[in-house]
Write a protein that binds this ligand. Structure first.
Ligand SMILES: Nc1nc2c(ncn2[C@@H]2O[C@H](COP(=O)(O)OP(=O)(O)OP(=O)(O)O)[C@@H](O)[C@H]2O)c(=O)[nH]1
Ligand SMILES: [Mg+2]
Length: 305
C-alpha cells in the first residue's frame, strides 16, 4: 500500500546493441554502474540501477542488446531480456539515431515492437537516443514517424551522452509507475554485489584494450574477494579473477609480449575497481582456456548465464 502519492516501479531499457542503453543508465544515476564501450554486445547480463527523486523511485533494468543469436551465449542473453521484460512496469525502447537516410532501423524496430514488446501488453516509451548527432528538425520528423508507425505510449529524443532531455524522460516514465512506497533505501544504487561489478570492469577493459574476436571470446570470473582493508588499512583487499578465453592463441594475445598486455589490463582495471570500491586492492588475473565455452551449457551456467 502506498502511504502517499509516491510512485515506484521497474523500467526496462531494451534496444539494439550499441544503442546507448548502458550509457543512459549511468547518466540517469550519475554513476558509472554499467560498462560502456564503442563495441556492440558489451552488456551480457541484467544490470539493475536504482534512481531516486522526491516523487518516485525508478528501478532501471539495463539489458543486453537484441540481436540474432549465433551461439548459446546469445540465446542466454536474449533469455535475460525475456525474463526481465516480465518484471517491467514500463518499457524504454532505446532506438539510436544514425547518420543514415532512415530515421531508425525500420526492420529492427518492427521486430522489436511486434515480436518482443507488444505481446507483453506493457506501456512502451520510444526513446530516440543520440539526438546530438542529428538536427532538431530531423528529430521532430523521426518522432512523428515513430509515433505514426508503431504508436507507442510516448516518444521523445534524448542524448544519453550529453545528458539532453533526461529529466523529461524521468517525467515521462513516472506516470507509468504504480503508486507505491520506495522499495529500496535512498542510498541504494544497485542490487548486485560488488564482485559482479569487479568482473564487469575487467570485461570493459578487455573490450577497450583488445581487438577483433578476443573480447567476445572472453569471460571474467571472480574466484576470490578477500576484504581485509576495512579491518586493517595496511592490507589491501585481495581480488583473484580468472579470465576465460576459448583458445590458446587468445591466451597468448591476452598475455602479450613479455606479459605487457596482461599487465596493462590489470593496471587499468585495478584503477577503476579501486575507484568504485573507494579502497585499494591487489588484483590478480589468471588466464584460462576453456574451449568453446560460449557453446557449452554447463560452462555458461557456471558463469551465471
Ligand atoms: N553520440 C552519442 N553517442 C552515444 C550516446 N549514447 C551512447 N553513445 C555511445 O554509443 C556507444 C555504445 O554505448 P553503450 O552504452 O555501451 O551501448 P549499449 O546499448 O549499452 O550497448 P550493448 O551493451 O553492447 O548492447 C558508446 O561509444 C557510447 O559512448 C549518445 O547519446 N550520443
Ligand atoms: Mg550495454
Amino acid at each position: 500500500m502506498a502511504s502517499s502519492s509516491f510512485s515506484c516501479g521497474f523500467a526496462i531499457i531494451v534496444g539494439p546493441p550499441n544503442a546507448g542503453k548502458s550509457t543512459l543508465l549511468n547518466e540517469l544515476l550519475d554513476f558509472k554502474l554499467s560498462i560502456v564501450t564503442p563495441k556492440p554486445q558489451t552488456t551480457r547480463k541484467k544490470i539493475t540501477g536504482i534512481y531516486h527523486n522526491e516523487v518516485c523511485q525508478i528501478i532501471f533494468l539495463d539489458t543486453p542488446g537484441i540481436m540474432k543469436p549465433q551461439q548459446k551465449l546469445h540465446e542466454s542473453m536474449l533469455g535475460v531480456i525475456r525474463d526481465t521484460l516480465k518484471d517491467a512496469d514500463v518499457v524504454l525502447a532505446l532506438l539510436p539515431y544514425s547518420g543514415k537516410k532512415d530515421f531508425v532501423d525500420r526492420e529492427f524496430v518492427e521486430e522489436l515492437f511486434n515480436h518482443w514488446l507488444k505481446p507483453t501488453g506493457k506501456p512502451i516509451i520510444a526513446v530516440l537516443n543520440k539526438c546530438d548527432l542529428v538536427s532538431q528538425e530531423r528529430q521532430q520528423q523521426a518522432e512523428e514517424f515513430v509515433r505514426n508507425t508503431w504508436n507507442p505510449a510516448a516518444v521523445l529524443s534524448v542524448s544519453a551522452l550529453k545528458n539532453t532531455n533526461l529529466q523529461q524522460l524521468v517525467g515521462t516514465i513516472q506516470p507509468f509507475l504504480p503508486l507505491h512506497d520506495a522499495l529500496y533505501p535512498e542510498d541504494t544504487l544497485s542490487t548486485a554485489p560488488e564482485r559482479f561489478f569487479v568482473s564487469e570492469i575487467i570485461r570493459e577493459k578487455i573490450f577497450l584494450l583488445y581487438g577483433r574476436e578476443v573480447p567476445y571470446s572472453t569471460e571474467v570470473v571472480v574466484d576470490e574477494f578477500k576484504e581485509q582493508y576495512d579491518n586493517d588499512p595496511t592490507r589491501k583487499d585481495l581480488i583473484r579473477c580468472s579470465v576465460i578465453v576459448e583458445r590458446d592463441t587468445q591466451k597468448q594475445i591476452m598475455i602479450g609480449q613479455k606479459g605487457a598486455a596482461l599487465k596493462k589490463l590489470g593496471q587499468t582495471a585495478r584503477k577503476d575497481i579501486e575507484e568504485m570500491l573507494g579502497r585499494p586492492v591487489f588484483l590478480e588475473l589468471f588466464i584460462k582456456v576453456r574451449p568453446d565455452w560460449r557453446k557449452k551449457n554447463n560452462l555458461l551456467k557456471s558463469y551465471g548465464y
